[in-house]
Design a protein around this ligand. Structure first.
Ligand SMILES: *Cc1c(COP(=O)(O)O)cnc(C)c1O
Length: 406
C-alpha cells in the first residue's frame, strides 16, 4: 500500500507564534475583532483564519485535527473532548427520528449502550449484527437505514471488519460507513479502504500516556462543516469540545505513534505466539489461527503490525482475577481498563468494559467469563516479560508444568 500515514504526519510543518518548533497554545476562550463586520462573517463561518469562540474552533484544536486528518487521509477532522463525544455527535448528525442504524454487535460498551438504550428515545433504531458476515449485514438493510457502524478491530473480541466489502454495500445502498479505528491506528486506514467517516478515541494508542480522554472525527470538509454548524451541528451544539492545552499535548504524543505502534505490535505478536503454543486459547489478528488473519493482512500497513491488543481465555472469572492480581503484584502491568499505555493493561471485559451488554448477548457473541483482554505495553525485553507471565500462569494453575493448559 502506498499510503503511509506516519509520513503524512511527519510532513506537516508548524511554526509557533515566536518561531517555535511547536505551534503556540491558544489560551483564550474568546477572540477580539478589529471590525464588527468580520465578527459577523466569522460567526457565519465565512471568515477563514478568524476565530470567534473556542467551542467553535481554536488554533490548537485545528492543528491537532489537521494532523489526524493527515494520518487517516481524509480532507479534514474535528477533535472532541472524548471518544464518546465524537461517536455520539456523528450518529446524531447522520440520523433523525425514523432512521435506522446497522451496527456490529461487538463494539465498545459505551457505543453499544448509546445505540441500544439512548438513541431509541429519539426513534433511532439499531440492528446489531455479526459484522464479519456481509450477507447478514446486507439482509439487515431497510429503506430507513442511514448508517453502517463498526470498529475496524472490535472491542473486545478482536473481530475484523471487511472494510472494502462494507464500503461496497454502503455505496450500493447509499449509506454512510462509519468506522471506529481506535484499536488499529496507522496499521489500518479505513478511509483509504472506503469508509466515509473515521473516528478515534484519542484516549488510547494515539495519545498513549493514559493522562487524558479525547476523540476525533475524520471526514470530508462538507461533513465536518455540518458537525460544526452553529445552527444545527451536533459537535457545536452538544458541546463536547477539547481543551486547547490538551490538544497541544495530544499532538506532541501523536508524533511518536508510529514508533510506539511498531513496539506494541511486535510485543503482542511475540506473546500471542507463545501463549498459543503453550496451549492457551489466544485471539490475536496476527496469528494464523485468527479467522480474519488473511483479511487483516489484505488491509493493513505491514510496517505497523497487527496491533497491541490480544485476548486469552482462562476458563472462568476466578482464574482471570487471580492471574490479573498476581501479574499486577509482579509489576507486569496494571489491572485497569483502557489501552495503549506504555505498561501492559489487563481486564476481564465481561465484568468491566462490556458489562453494558446483556448476558444473553455476551454469550451469543462469544464473550466468556474467563476472557482477559490485554493491551500489551512497550516492554523493552518482552522475552523476560513472557517468562514472568508464564510463571504467574503456572502458579495460578492455568498452565501445568508441562506448559499445556490444564
Ligand atoms: C475507549 C473507546 C471508546 C470511547 O472513547 P472515550 O475516549 O473513552 O470516550 C470508543 N471506542 C473504542 C473502540 C474505545 O476503545
Amino acid at each position: 500500500m502506498k499510503f503511509n500515514s506516519a509520513d503524512h504526519i511527519q510532513d506537516l510543518q508548524y511554526f509557533g507564534e515566536f518561531g517555535g518548533v511547536n505551534p503556540s497554545i491558544s489560551d483564550s476562550s474568546t477572540y477580539t475583532f478589529l471590525s464588527a463586520k468580520t465578527m459577523f462573517d466569522t460567526f457565519e463561518g465565512n471568515a477563514d483564519g478568524c476565530y470567534l469562540y473556542s467551542r467553535h474552533s481554536s488554533p490548537s484544536n485545528l492543528y491537532l485535527g489537521a494532523a489526524l486528518a493527515a494520518m487517516e487521509g481524509t480532507e479534514t477532522a474535528n477533535v472532541a473532548a472524548s471518544g464518546m463525544g465524537a461517536i455520539t455527535a456523528v450518529l446524531l448528525q447522520l440520523c433523525r427520528a425514523g432512521d435506522h442504524v446497522i451496527s456490529s454487535r461487538t463494539i465498545y460498551g459505551g457505543t453499544y449502550a448509546f445505540l441500544k438504550n439512548f438513541t431509541p428515545r429519539l426513534q433511532i433504531e439499531t440492528t446489531f449484527v455479526d459484522i464479519t458476515r456481509l450477507d447478514i449485514v446486507e439482509a439487515a438493510i431497510t429503506e430507513d437505514t442511514k448508517v453502517l457502524y463498526c470498529e475496524s478491530v472490535s472491542n473486545p473480541l478482536l473481530e475484523v471488519a471487511d472494510m472494502r466489502g462494507l464500503s461496497h454495500l454502503a455505496k450500493k445502498y447509499n449509506l454512510q460507513l462509519v468506522v471506529d479505528n481506535t484499536f488499529s491506528p496507522l496499521s489500518i486506514a479505513p478511509a483509504q479502504l472506503g469508509a466515509d467517516i473515521v473516528i478515534h478515541s484519542l484516549t488510547k494508542f494515539i495519545n498513549g500516556s493514559s493522562d487524558t480522554v479525547g476523540g476525533v472525527v475524520c471526514g470530508t470538509q462538507k461533513f465536518i462543516d455540518q458537525l460544526r454548524n452553529v445552527n444545527d451541528g451536533a459537535s457545536m451544539l452538544l458541546g463536547s469540545t477539547m481543551d486547547s492545552l490538551r490538544a497541544s499535548s495530544v499532538l506532541k504524543n501523536l508524533r511518536t505513534l508510529h514508533i510506539r505502534m511498531k513496539q506494541h505490535s511486535r510485543n503482542a505478536l511475540y506473546l500471542a505466539k507463545k501463549f498459543e503454543s503453550d496451549g492457551l486459547k489466544t485471539v490475536y489478528p496476527g496469528l494464523k489461527s485468527h479467522p480474519s488473519h488473511v483479511l487483516f493482512k489484505s488491509m493493513m500497513h505491514p510496517e505497523y503490525g497487527f496491533g497491541g491488543m490480544l485476548t486469552i481465555d482462562v476458563g472462568n472469572l476466578e482464574n482471570a482475577n487471580q492471574l490479573m492480581e498476581l501479574m499486577q503484584h509482579r509489576n507486569l502491568g496494571y489491572l485497569a481498563v483502557s489501552l495503549g499505555f506504555y505498561k501492559t493493561l489487563f481486564s476481564a471485559p465481561r465484568s468491566s468494559t462490556s458489562s453494558e451488554i446483556p448476558e444473553k448477548e455476551q454469550i451469543e457473541m462469544g464473550l466468556s467469563d474467563g476472557l482477559i483482554r490485554f493491551s500489551i505495553g512497550l516492554d523493552n525485553n518482552i522475552e523476560r516479560t513472557y517468562e514472568m507471565m508464564k510463571t504467574c500462569m503456572l502458579e495460578v494453575g492455568i498452565l501445568s508444568q508441562a506448559g499445556t493448559e490444564v
